[in-house]
Design a protein around this ligand. Structure first.
Ligand code: AMP
Length: 281
């Protein structure tokens, strides 16, 4: 695996690959790689000749009181995992390479729908940080395909919309949610959980499943279902952020006759904020 810390170095290597007619797949990450990230790489390998992974903990998408500084950085271990799976190129820029003019004056990309609900409501500016960095990364890598995880459902929807609205020539592929045996969605932030919290953290998934089962059984009292799921999460000792039954495409509150419904949830543990979702159909 070749490792690049500069935009120019990566571009030179990618230009060479492109001249040889190679198709390029891209998996952006913030590192601290776990099995779910590796699944994304494998997914990208299926339909591309060269797979590029990026590791960059993007300050622009973290709020002032969030965990940017304590976000786990495990570069050596990440490299080993990427080598093992046969990733071709790793892009690992520092803040100065990505934001040479600083964060405050950085040109931003703003998606004007879907970004101020759900996670966007609790994390103002988060999706602006995501769409800005993903645009920069797309411009640097110019991939044919980029693979994102369905765990970050809202992020995926926002990126799909951005790509459509801005005519970006990149195919977006979703990779299914990868879970621990008890149902907890894999996340770099799971490492923040205490032993006791880890034992109970799959409650988020259990409650979303419970809501999904109720809907499948014909229960359309969405508000009551959301309230009950929040109550279950609270009873397990966590602070619910939201449980919301949404239209899968628009992320607006689902209408009772919507065919494509996604149940999304987020909760706070004492040390991390965890998210999950389940799509019906
Ligand atoms: P992150 O490093 O957390 O920014 O995630 C990088 C990519 O991995 C994103 O596209 C995430 O959606 C994806 N990802 C992280 N955790 C999971 C998971 N448990 N299942 C599927 N995709 C995931």
């Amino acid at each position: 695996m070749q490792i690049f810390h500069t935009i120019q170095g990566l571009r030179d290597a990618l230009n060479e690959a492109r001249q040889q007619g190679k198709r390029i797949g891209f998996v952006p990450t913030m590192g601290n790689l776990h099995d779910a990230h590796i699944e994304l790489i494998k997914n990208a390998q299926q339909s591309n000749d060269i797979v590029v992974c990026s590791i960059f903990v993007n300050g622009l998408q973290f709020g002032l009181n969030e965990d940017w500084d304590k976000y786990p950085r495990t570069f050596e271990g990440d490299c080993n995992k990427l080598r093992e799976v046969g990733c071709d190129f790793l892009f690992h820029p520092d803040d100065n390479e990505m934001y040479p003019n600083g964060l405050d004056t950085q040109t931003r990309v703003i998606c004007s729908t879907m970004t101020d609900v759900l996670c966007g409501a609790s994390r103002p500016g988060h999706f602006e940080g995501v769409t800005t960095v993903v645009t920069k990364l797309f411009n640097i890598v110019q991939p044919d395909e980029a693979v994102f995880g369905a765990k970050d459902y809202q992020q995926l929807a926002v990126i799909r919309r951005m790509v459509e609205d801005l005519c970006m020539p990149v195919e977006i592929t979703a990779s299914p949610i990868h879970r621990e045996p008890d149902g907890l969605a894999m996340s770099s932030r799971n490492g923040f959980l205490s032993k006791d919290e880890r034992l109970k953290a799959s409650q988020l998934n259990k409650s979303l499943n419970w809501v999904a089962d109720q809907i499948k059984a014909g229960n359309r009292d969405f508000i009551a279902l959301e309230e009950e799921a929040n109550r279950q999460i609270e009873a397990a000792g966590f602070k619910p952020d939201y449980v919301t039954i949404s239209n899968s495409k628009t992320l607006e509150l689902a209408a009772v006759d919507d065919e494509h419904i996604t149940v999304l949830g987020a909760m706070y543990t004492s040390s991390a904020r965890l998210i999950d979702n389940i799509s019906l159909n």
